[in-house]
Design a protein. Structure first.
Length: 379
């Protein structure tokens, strides 16, 4: 019976190839290595994978880099600190000895924006736990752009940060660069969502359980025509799990799931039209506080009384609750704790990258406020 061979990560294959070339004398001290583009094309990988291999060789002292010129074979054992040389110049000051920057313990945190209290509390949790371990946090915004996310990941790898925490761009489980980095053992933790069928280090809320609890609360209050307002899921696991939690709660109470009540148009005018035309709907479960606010504003324009004529519940707290006299009913996530747990996991990975991958799920909490009640026809 043959024993299956352990898969060798691509960046390790590239590192081994370069080491063999040096050992065999095909690459000599001071000789320039093939460019990142050439190595990426030769091995059929992305530049970020090549960067990872070269960064490892720099740390091992086998290779050094000259800014703007490329990577070269070292003359002998070097410091384990990445070695950077200033660009070539004819001036006396520019021909100074090599520059060795002080090694700072850094974590890169990538998030879509800082517009919500969720993100603010998340950053606070990451910074709090990172400080306890002696790490500084670089916070970068992706602005919901996959291209920006890829660029930031490449820069984090190139600049030698100790690990990455990333809240992926909406509409994707992960992009390919996140997968490549995770598979080659780079310390990376993903927040909020996961890739189904692939084990990755992830910290998220129990989106299914929170949606189930929100829908169950409405059902127990007497509602049977409950609409779910969401953006198109497009493969985002957190959104898919909330939709599934909504459907399961209906099913467990013997209520048929009506596809017409899953509304995926987030335009305020279309939400208003949906409410006006869906005369049998007595309750709305919105994906998040942003959509919950749109529902409440649409109901206000239609002069629907909340909660007497329409009950509303959503994930996360309302950002501008001062406008509303009633505390909203909502599902609260443990934003700061998510940041703390993600950082703990990342620092553990930085110390031991070979450990088994983990998925940490934190339970959300139902808060019953003044925006949900028994429908009018029950009173």
């Amino acid at each position: 019976m043959s024993v299956p061979m352990k898969r060798v990560p691509l960046y390790t294959q590239i590192r081994t190839y370069i080491v063999d070339q040096i050992t065999q004398g095909k690459l000599k001290p001071g000789e320039r290595l093939p460019s990142e583009n050439e190595l990426a094309e030769h091995f059929g990988v992305s530049r970020i994978t090549v960067k990872g291999a070269l960064s490892t060789l720099v740390e091992e002292g086998a290779v050094y880099r000259i800014q703007g010129r490329g990577s070269y074979v070292a003359d002998g054992p070097q410091s384990r600190e990445p070695v950077l040389y200033p660009p070539a110049s004819t001036s006396a000051s520019a021909s100074a000895a090599l520059v060795k920057p002080r090694k700072m313990k850094l974590i890169s945190l990538m998030i879509p924006s800082l517009k919500t209290s969720y993100m603010v509390h998340l950053v606070q949790g990451v910074e709090k736990e990172a400080a306890l371990g002696g790490y500084r946090v670089i916070v970068s915004l992706t602005h919901e752009s996959v291209d920006t996310e890829c660029t930031l990941l490449a820069e984090a790898d190139e600049f030698g940060v100790d690990g990455v925490i990333v809240y992926p761009v909406e509409g994707e489980s992960y992009n390919e660069d996140i997968l490549r980095m995770s598979l080659r053992g780079y310390p990376i933790v993903v927040i909020d969502r996961y890739l189904k069928g692939l084990e990755t280090n992830c910290v998220c809320s129990d989106h299914f359980g929170g949606a189930y609890e929100a829908t169950n609360h409405l059902i127990q209050s007497g509602h049977t025509r409950i609409a779910f307002l969401t953006a198109p899921a497009k493969g985002t696991s957190s959104m898919e799990d909330r939709l599934e939690g909504y459907r399961r709660a209906l099913s467990d109470h013997g209520i048929s799931s009506d596809p017409r009540l899953v509304f995926t148009n987030t335009d305020p005018l279309q939400i208003e039209r949906f409410l006006r035309e869906s005369t049998d709907v007595t309750a709305i479960f919105a994906l998040n506080s942003s959509l919950g606010l749109k529902v409440m504003l649409a109901a206000e324009r239609l002069e629907f009384s909340i909660p007497e004529q329409l009950s509303v519940i959503f994930f996360d707290d309302l950002e501008h609750s001062y406008r509303w006299a009633k505390r909203p009913s909502c599902i609260l996530q443990q934003e700061e704790e998510i940041g703390i747990q993600a950082t703990k996991l990342l620092l553990s990975l930085a110390e031991n990258p070979d450990q088994e991958r983990k998925k940490i799920v934190l339970p959300p909490r139902l808060v019953v406020g003044g925006t949900t009640a028994t429908p009018d026809y029950f009173t």
